[in-house]
Design a protein around this ligand. Sequence first.
Ligand code: MG
Ligand code: MG
Length: 265
Amino acid sequence: MSVVVSRIVLKSAREIELMRAAGRIVLEVLQALESRVRPGTTTAELNEVASRMIDEAGATALFRGVKNPQARFPFPGSICSSVNEEVVHGIPNDRPLQDGDIVSVDCGVRLRGYCGDSARTLVVGEASPAVQRLLDVTREALSIALREMRPHCRWSTIARKMQVWVEKHGYGVVREFVGHGIGREMHEEPKVPNFVERGRSKSDFELVPGMTLAVEPMVTAGRPEVEFGDNSRWPVVTKDRMWAAHFEHTVAVTEGGLDILTAES
Ligand code: MG
Ligand code: MG
């Protein structure tokens, strides 16, 4: 079986350090937003904080201005903020968050030509046990991947472990959106699914040193199917309106294992 690596751009140690610098800004933004989110906060306020921090760091927000052929307008936010049944690509707005809501905040920046991308689902006030379990299982799905990733293992081996973990808790793995290669561009080859595609082994790949990936499980409390929000491409919501969670890190595969570029070092 051939391994498709030709379109995957491997990064030098210097480039990985540049991506770490971008990842550091993303980490600081997400930490700042996590410390601010409480009942009554709006996602527009979170977006404002993120915009200011990204500007002050001399970076560019990756999501702002993203065009999609199906969308009526380019994405207007510096962050994506997806509340409750919204999975990803939520537009920051003026609706106050309620106690017990969850908000998935996704932040990507480019600094000196290199990108970092990370997301986490935040709890507003206090989460119900059921919601906390959804977040814990999703965060652990990402942790499973980060623990297992090392040179020369195949991505499908890791994706299967994530999928089995999520589904044994009765949750769904979103199929329409997947992780991705990242570097100079936010989205590079390869696609990094959080599930195993039957009969699609050609899209599988082997992890090799220098590969930089955004790993991002998106998990639904109910069925995995999603649809698009009213009148535009944003946000993506679950079809059954059950809630969803999303955790993401940008990582580099190294000779020694894995280097997480959007976490505390
Ligand atoms: Mg992201
Ligand atoms: Mg991403």
